[in-house]
Design a protein around this ligand. Sequence first.
Ligand code: G4P
Ligand code: MG
Length: 178
Amino acid sequence: MNKFFYSYDDIHRAIAVLADKIRHSGQNFDLMLAIGGGGLIPARILRSFLNIPVYSVTLAYYDAEDRPTDCPHKVQWLDESMAAKLRGKRVLVVDEVDDSRVTLAYCLNELKATGIDQLGVAVLHEKQKTKQAELPPGLPYFSAITVGEDWIVYPWDATDIDAHNRDITAQQHERTTQ
Ligand code: G4P
Ligand code: MG
């Protein structure tokens, strides 16, 4: 699978675009719920544009060897006092990538089951592919960038950010000389 490397600056610019789409939609949200890990940094950047608080849950679908597990599982979820705070609020669920949709759909279903049902979704990357789960019809949905099936390498996955940035430079060089 091809890889596509993104810098923090690319991410920030994409989130500015995402914020514009949300603002121009006329939809208003009271707060964001980031799906960690990947949704945490996008949600924090989005907060600079939308000025609404960020809450979070952590779900994991891929294991340590990057293989999908049977079902997403809750690493950290809302306790009852947090759920009570979110009921009746318009919640924008934020994640980095809409890939198979399994994690997103799982999260939305679990929120609904908790009585949190005024929901929207914002993702940085929307992969154009056959989805393995459906989002509720009519759900407000926003994505910054539509991409193919390449594996996206996010800067926060790097353990050596300088090597990551060198990969970006090499990628840009490859694309301009193609
Ligand atoms: P979806 O519902 O949002 O479409 O996600 P899906 O269940 O298909 O898979 C989610 C997991 O797959 C996430 O990891 C996400 O980070 C990872 N993933 C999917 N495509 C890509 C990609 O192109 N690049 C990277 N880096 N990750 C991708 P997770 O288990 O939720 O872990 P976390 O990294 O969010 O903590
Ligand atoms: Mg994720």
